[in-house]
Design a protein around this ligand. Structure first.
Ligand code: ZN
Length: 343
């Protein structure tokens, strides 16, 4: 199995972050990538630098005005007298069906769900390379299906993506790399499933595919009743229109550990098997582990290995896309355990 990653992804180094209103260092640090690359190599994966995929796969998921925003907002922001070093919103629309704002400040509020995704001069190139990793991993899976019924590839995406909607950043995420990978897989398969095992609900991924029956979105996460992202991730969010029934949320109690996690995973896998997708995307958050700084769930590295083995039982071509998971001793070893399990 290959790990797709480019060191240029480390250039994005967000500073601004608030916890319950208080300024804190952002946990989405560039050094996360080093720990996860080591974890992948220790699992026997081969590092590959992804080619430039261009904007096409991103434009298949995100709106033109949002892509223009991501690629130009930093320079426009710097022309404002007294503006902050990073683009951070300070006003949000009450509804998103009104006029599109012309000003940089208005657009920052329109295109950012929260203040956890500041944009600096180095952000957009790093975001692009993170998406390139997802595209390369999905393409590698497609290329291998001739010789292997269930090929797998791992995209070390950083910054992550699953909180990014079609036209809105949020929660450290800008381009939804899991959705981008699903789009690439859809070029071959009529039905693709996304299984999100990040600690936090994959609200952006849900939003991208909410009205579509061709991409099943399944997320296991800490109950959002008192946890980010609060407004999404509840069990009664099932899709809309033609997509009704193709979004499956499995909120679980804070502190859930390995043994109690597995029945929920089994339910998720049964739903995916019944959908009979041609391929799978695993939105791999490593922040459900016990020693993650967010402290929401209590999986062990061995538990992640069991999760990987269970997912492999689906026997599907699988693109693994890195989502959350923050610095502590177990970050790399947890990735190693998951990758060994799914391989
Ligand atoms: Zn997360």
């Amino acid at each position: 199995m290959n790990v797709y990653y480019d060191r240029a992804q480390k250039a994005h180094a967000p500073k601004h972050f608030l916890v319950s209103g208080a300024p804190q260092p952002s946990p989405e640090k560039p050094e996360r990538a080093d720990a996860m690359l080591s974890g992948a190599v220790n699992a026997g994966l081969t590092p590959v630098v992804p080619p430039d995929a261009g904007l096409g796969p991103i434009a298949a998921v995100h709106t033109p005005e949002y892509i223009t925003f991501l690629s130009t907002i930093y320079e426009r922001w710097q022309r404002i007298d007294g503006a902050s070093a990073e683009v951070v919103p300070n006003i949000h629309p009450d509804r998103r069906d009104g006029a599109y704002p012309k000003s940089a400040v208005g657009q920052a509020g329109y295109h950012m769900a929260d203040t956890a995704c500041p944009i600096s001069a180095d952000s957009w190139p790093a975001i692009r390379r993170s998406a390139d990793a997802a595209v390369a991993a999905a393409q590698a899976v497609l290329a291998e299906t001739e010789s292997n019924a269930a090929p797998k590839a791992y995209a070390l995406c950083r910054p992550p993506g699953h909180h990014a909607f079609a036209d809105m950043a949020g929660g450290f995420c800008f381009v939804n790399n899991s959705a981008v990978a699903a789009g690439v897989l859809r070029s071959r398969y009529d039905r693709v499933a996304i299984l999100d095992v990040d600690l936090h609900h994959g609200n952006g991924t849900q939003g991208v595919f909410y009205a579509r029956p061709d991409v099943l979105t399944v997320s296991i996460h800490a109950d959002p009743v008192r946890f980010y992202p609060f407004f999404w991730g509840h069990a009664d969010e099932r899709g809309s229109g033609a997509g009704l029934g193709y979004n499956y949320n499995l909120p679980i109690p804070r502190g859930t550990a390995d043994a109690d996690y597995m029945p929920t995973l089994d339910a998720a896998l049964a739903r995916i098997a019944a959908f009979a997708p041609g391929a799978l995307v695993v939105a791999l958050g490593l922040d459900s582990r016990a020693d993650d700084p967010f402290g929401g769930l209590s999986l062990t590295p061995d538990g992640y290995g069991a999760v990987g083995r269970a997912i492999a039982q689906l026997g599907l071509p699988t693109t693994i896309v890195q989502e959350g998971g923050y610095l502590s001793d177990d970050l790399g070893p947890t990735l190693t355990s998951f990758l060994q399990g799914i391989a």
